[in-house]
Design a protein around this ligand. Sequence first.
Ligand code: ZN
Length: 115
Amino acid sequence: MAGIITDLTDGIRRLQKLNKEMSELELKEEIFNLRQLLMDAKEALMSAQETKRDLEQKIKDLTSGKKCSICNEGNMKVIGVIPHPIFGPVGDQLRIVQCDKCNHKEEIRFKPSGA
Ligand SMILES: [Zn+2]
C-alpha cells in the first residue's frame, strides 16, 4: 500500500513537470500508468478494508465470550481491562481475556468508542 502511494506521488510529480517537450504519446503513456496505479491503489484499499472488517469481527468475537482459539472448547472471558500501553492516551484499552477451560490468556486492543 505504501509503495503504491509512493508510485502515485511520483507519477503526480512527473505530471507537474509536464512541459511542451513531452510528446502526446508520452503524455498518454503517463496517463495510462497513473490510471493503472490508481486502480492498484483502489484494489489495495479494498483489500485493507476487508482485512480490517475481519479483524474487527475477530476482536468482537473474542471480547464477547466466543470460543477459545487454543482448545476450541472454552469461552473467552474478559478478566481484566487496563489502558493500552501505547494507545492508552487516545482511550484504547487492553482487555485480558482468559479461556474458562484451558486458561489460555490473550490480550486484545479494544476501542471503547468503537471508532
Ligand atoms: Zn481454551
